[in-house]
Design a protein around this ligand. Structure first.
Ligand SMILES: [Zn+2]
Length: 50
């Protein structure tokens, strides 16, 4: 599990509450607070389907 403010590295992350997905494209980017539900917990999507 990752939290808002973490720098987890490039990848796709999914909000544990509302399942909103975000993409981190830079290793220096921080995870935000979820804009939809204000949740601060994110789970990494290991195999993003693109
Ligand atoms: Zn959310």
């Amino acid at each position: 599990m990752f939290y808002a403010g973490d720098k987890p590295g490039k990848g796709t992350y999914i909000c544990t509450e509302c399942k909103h997905r975000i993409i981190i494209e830079d290793d220096n980017d921080k995870l935000p607070i979820c804009p939809f539900c204000q949740c601060a917990e994110w789970k990494k999507v290991e195999s993003p389907s693109q």
